[in-house]
Design a protein around this ligand. Structure first.
Ligand SMILES: Nc1ncnc2c1ncn2[C@@H]1O[C@H](COP(=O)(O)OP(=O)(O)OP(=O)(O)O)[C@@H](O)[C@H]1O
Length: 220
């Protein structure tokens, strides 16, 4: 049975600044939902709250109708998360980082055999280009066993060839996961997403495609 994650509401203010007031969506395994919004609209804030690393003012998330507390999301491995910032140790080589994420040989092989990885396997993380590092980070997080995955700007700094690989990879991942994807490379998001929402003034609104993104003020 495919799991379903429902966000009934999410609220967050920083001091007197209300960032998220009324946000909701539903995501099943097998779907990709795109989240759009202008700079500062609260996309990263929402993802951090869903992952449990930023305390929400109020949050109601249910997986298969069972409420999930923020503190359970990481410990019970409900949701994987690709943050915007680097999180891999710079002094280690790519080939030594992969076993930190995966103990089983077959799982490690999936990463080692992924496109473009062989040629960077002996390079230290700190010496990778930004695009190479981003691609590796995505592969590592996405291969973890969580049924849901949050991706904050996976296309950032990525060259076209890697981007095509990532889009193919995301579509293949839908067999196992429900994915929340936010990125300002909106044509790439729209190419792989099944549904989209836009955050405007702290509220989420469904948006079918580019025309709706214009109507909601994300595009001109
Ligand atoms: N820890 C914090 N303390 C105070 N304000 C914060 C904090 N984190 C985020 N904000 C503010 O919350 C708002 C939303 O930020 P957020 O990073 O979620 O936006 P975003 O939609 O991801 O933007 P971008 O498209 O630029 O990545 C911004 O105005 C930001 O300055």
């Amino acid at each position: 049975m495919n799991s379903v994650l429902k966000l009934y509401y999410a609220r967050k203010s920083f001091g007197s600044k209300k960032v998220l007031t009324n946000v909701s969506f539903e995501l099943a395994q097998g779907e990709i939902i795109g989240i759009f919004g202008r700079n500062g609209s609260g996309k990263s804030t929402l993802l951090k709250m869903l992952f449990g690393t930023l305390k929400a003012d109020a949050l109601d998330v249910r997986i298969n109708n069972l409420p999930v507390k923020q503190s359970q999301i990481i410990t019970e491995q409900h949701i994987g998360y690709l943050p915007q910032d680097n999180f891999l140790p710079k002094h280690l080589k790519v080939r030594d980082v992969i076993p930190l994420f995966f103990s089983a040989g077959e799982e490690q092989d999936l990463i080692f055999r992924a496109p473009f990885i062989e040629r960077i396997a002996k390079t230290k993380i700190g010496l990778l280009s930004m695009g190479e590092r981003r691609y590796l980070e995505l592969l590592l997080v996405a291969h973890l066993p969580h049924p849901f995955l949050l991706l904050d700007e996976p296309f950032s700094m990525i060259e076209p060839l890697y981007k095509e690989e990532i889009k193919k990879f995301l579509i293949s991942l839908k067999a196992k996961k429900g994915i929340v994807l936010t990125d300002h490379y909106y044509p790439d998001v729209l190419e792989v997403s099944d549904r989209n929402i836009v955050l405007v003034n702290g509220e989420s609104t469904p948006a079918a495609g580019e025309k709706a993104l214009m109507e909601l003020g994300y595009l001109r």
